[in-house]
Write a protein that binds this ligand. Sequence first.
Ligand code: MSP
Length: 507
Amino acid sequence: MPFYITTPIYYVNAAPHLGHAYTAIAADVLARHQRQRGEDVFFLTGTDEHGEPVAIAAEEQGVAPIELADRNSQRFQDLMPLLDVSNDFFIRTTDPEHIRRVQEVLTRVRENGYVYEGTYEGWYCPRCADFKTEAEIGPGNTCPIHKIPLTREREDNWFFELSAFQGELERLFDERPDFVMPRHRYNEARAFLAGGLQDVSLTRPKLRWGVEVPWDRSQVFYVWFDALLNYYTALGFARGRQQDLTGRFWPATYHIIGKDILKFHTIYWPALLMAAGLPVPEHVFVHGFLLTPSEDGGEGEKMSKSRGNVIDPFKVIEDFGADALRFYLAREVAFGQDGPVSESGFMTRYETELANDYGNLASRTIAMIRRYRDGRLPATEHDPALVADFEGLVETVCAHLDRAEITTALEEIWKRVRRLNRYVEERAPWQLAKDPEQAAELDRVLATLHEGVRIVTVLLAPYLPGATAKLMAALGRTGPDDLRIDAARWTPAPIEVEALEPLFPKR
Ligand code: MSP
C-alpha cells in the first residue's frame, strides 16, 4: 500500500528550533513504522522560502532573500540526518520545478473559473503571512499567535473563490470524520467552516519575493498557496524527470502539521485541490505546541525562536544523541495535545526510562546470557506467563500508529519494557544460576527475557533507530527482515549474543 507522509515545510527566516524537530521526528516515527510493515512509503519534508516572513528577515539582515534562504534551508537539510529523520526527499520552494508546477496548477484553477480580480482590505500578520478574519484578531488588533500589531492592508489582487467550496467542504467533513485528526481539531476546523467561508487573496502585488503569476507579471502568488502546493509538486520531480511519483503516491496519506496552521491545511488546501480537480489528502493530523513550563506552574507559553525560550535540538543531539531527543518528544507530550518540555524533564526521562528501564534491561539480559551460558542458548519454549502479557501488542501498536497516536503506541510498548524489568526481579536468574537443578529453568527464563527484549526492540525501532540497531546487532539479528513488524512475535530459536556497550550512558 502506498503511504505518503509530509511535514510542514519550514520557514527559512530563522534557524531550526525544537518545534521544527518535533514535527519532523513525529512524521519520521510514522514513516519508519509503515516501512516496517512493508508499505510503499514516501516521506517528504522541506523549506518554505518565499513570502513576507523571509523577505522581512533578509532585509533586516541586509542580505538578498535567496541568500538567507540558501543559508537557512541548508541548516534544515543538515538537521534531518542529525535527527535520524529518514525523509525520501527535501523540497525547496525555490526549486525551479516547484515554481513551474505551482504556476501550472494555479493557472488551471483560474481556467476552472475560481480566480477573479478584486481589492482586498483587512488585517494582516506579516509574521504568519496570514490575512486574519474578524474572529482571528486579538485584543487591540494584534496577532493572537505572535502578539504583534496587525497591519491594515489594502491591495488590488487576484482572489481565490474559497466560498464556492463551502458545500463541498461540508460534505468532505461529513463523509470523512477522520479527515482531520484528532477529534478536537476536526471540531475546530468544522467550526471555522460553519462560520462561512470568505474568498481569499491568491496573489500579492507589493511583494517581489515569490512565484510570479503567469497571467499578471506585476504580482506574485500569496506564499501559502505556493507553499501548500509543495506536497503535490514534489512528487513530480523528487526522482528526476524520468520518474513521476504522483500517480503512485497522490493523494497524501498524512499531512502532519502544528495547530497554528490548521486553517490553511484543513480548509484552504482541500478547497484548492478541489478547484484544481485533484483528489484531497486522506488525513491531516494536527499536533499541539511544545511549551516552556511557566514559573507559576501555569500552562506555559509556546516555545519559539523569537521568544528565546528554547531547548536547542542541536545541543541535545550532541550531548545525548538523536534517539534521546526523539524519545523525549514522542513520550513527554501526548501527540495531538500541548505540553511543557524542559531540560530537567528531559534528564529525568533519559535517566529513568532510557538508561534504566530500557538500556539497563538490555545490558543485564545480554550480560546474564554471557555470564551463565557463554552467550548461547538452545531454542527454548518461552514462559507462557510473559507471552500472555504481550498478547495483542503488535496489533495495538499498529492500530495506534495508523491513527498517528505515537505517544499512546509508545506507552503500550513501554508497559512491556517495565513488565520485562519486573520479570527479571521476579525470576532472579542469579538465584537460579546457583542451583544446577534449575538449569533448564534458567535457560527458559533467559530465553524469554531475550525474546521479550528483542520484541520491544523491533517495536521501538521507529522511535530509537540508533539504539535499536546496536542492540539488534548484539542479538545477532541484522538480517533484512529482522526489523520487520512480523519479527515482533515470540519465536523459539537458538540464541547467540555479543557484548553490548551501554545504549544510554549515565551522565
Ligand atoms: N512555512 C509554514 C508551513 C507551510 S506548510 C505548507 C510554517 N513554517 S514554520 O517553520 O513556522 O513551522 C513549521 C511547523 O513547526 C509548524 O507545524 C509549527 O506548528 C511547528 N512548530 C513551530 N513551533 C512549535 C512549537 N513550539 N511546538 C510544536 N510545534 C511548533 O508554519
